[in-house]
Design a protein around this ligand. Structure first.
Ligand SMILES: C[S@@+](CC[C@H](N)C(=O)[O-])C[C@H]1O[C@@H](n2cnc3c(N)ncnc32)[C@H](O)[C@@H]1O
Length: 286
């Protein structure tokens, strides 16, 4: 046997086999990587369609994975790969690399799902409700916009399913960002409130945005029954400085107090206010 191992023809045979195996494995590995890249690239080309259907980030991955019968992680990493290296030839390693290593060394981990927040349900009902939902922007927005909220967010279906503790006669103030205007109206329908007017917070400085730099947020005013209100000549513009992320101006609360009568609730509020109940997971933040 040892004699055989030393024979030239046998050494050549083994060397050739090694070359064939290395080349084959490398080609196979690279073909697999190209496949993931093509997959991610193809999904990214539909971003506008997904946006029009209001399907973002995690949900896109989930739906495509489900339709293909593939693991969500594979779809997620394919998209991340194509996003990070739109041109596959710019990938920094040679072709003899395993997909596993591409994933671990070069691609971001998917964001962990938020732990569920469980709060004691509210007792009683309110005549005046301000609600400022933690809209979910989607952590994998393909345009590179990330859900940058510094607090946990809720999927749209969960927000729409909120059981508002509204009295029979209730006035509702729903905060919406420009991006979530449509969803705001969907919430009003789902909560059975009738839309009355739109108020706008005009901030002293503008923020980010590709189609106009954001300087406004809106509050949809809606009612149920016949709440007691006195709007007099209250204008629909609210002013007040931009402060911490998502923090709403005191001028707004003063306007609500001046126009609406009855038990008041600040749903998802983060600051205690005299005459108000605050409900959320961080009611004493400010
Ligand atoms: C848009 S912020 C509210 C900002 C607030 N109106 C202000 O002016 O500071 C949404 C809040 O909802 C909280 N939140 C997120 N998910 C929640 C949940 N499932 N239950 C209760 N509160 C939640 C967030 O932690 C955050 O404090």
């Amino acid at each position: 046997m040892n004699e055989l191992l030393k024979q030239d023809w046998y050494v050549d045979l083994i060397n050739d086999c090694i070359v064939i195996i290395v080349r084959g494995t490398s080609e196979y590995r690279w073909a697999l990587i190209e496949m993931y890249h093509q997959l991610g690239h193809r999904i990214l080309t539909e971003n506008d369609n997904f946006e029009r259907k209001k399907i973002y980030g995690r949900e896109i991955v989930q739906r495509v994975a489900q339709s293909l019968g593939k693991a969500k992680r594979s779809i997620y990493y394919s998209v991340q790969f194509a996003k990070k290296y739109p041109d596959i030839t710019s990938f920094p390693e040679g072709k003899n690399v395993a997909w596993r290593d591409v994933v671990h060394k070069y691609l971001p981990e998917p964001k962990k799902l938020e732990p569920q927040i469980i709060l004691e349900p509210l007792k009683g009902t309110y005549n005046v409700i301000v609600i400022d939902p933690p809209w979910e922007y989607g952590e994998l927005d393909f345009q590179g916009r990330r859900g940058a909220a510094p607090y946990p967010t809720m999927p749209m279906e969960a927000i729409k399913a909120i059981d508002l503790p509204a009295a029979d006669d209730c006035v509702l103030w729903l905060w919406v960002t420009n991006r979530f205007l449509r969803e705001g109206f969907e919430c009003l329908d789902s909560w059975c409130f009738a839309y009355k007017n739109c108020f706008t917070w005009v901030k002293h400085a503008f923020g980010v945005g590709n189609w106009g730099r954001g300087q406004t947020e809106h509050i949809l005013l809606a009612v149920k029954g016949s709440p007691k209100v006195d709007f007099g000549s209250t204008p629909t513009a609210v002013f007040g400085k931009r402060r911490e992320h998502s923090r709403k101006p005191d001028d707004f609360y003063q306007m609500v107090e001046a126009t609406c009568i009855g038990k008041k609730l600040d749903y998802f509020g983060r600051q205690q206010r005299q005459g108000w109940e605050v409900y959320g997971n961080e009611p004493d933040k400010f």
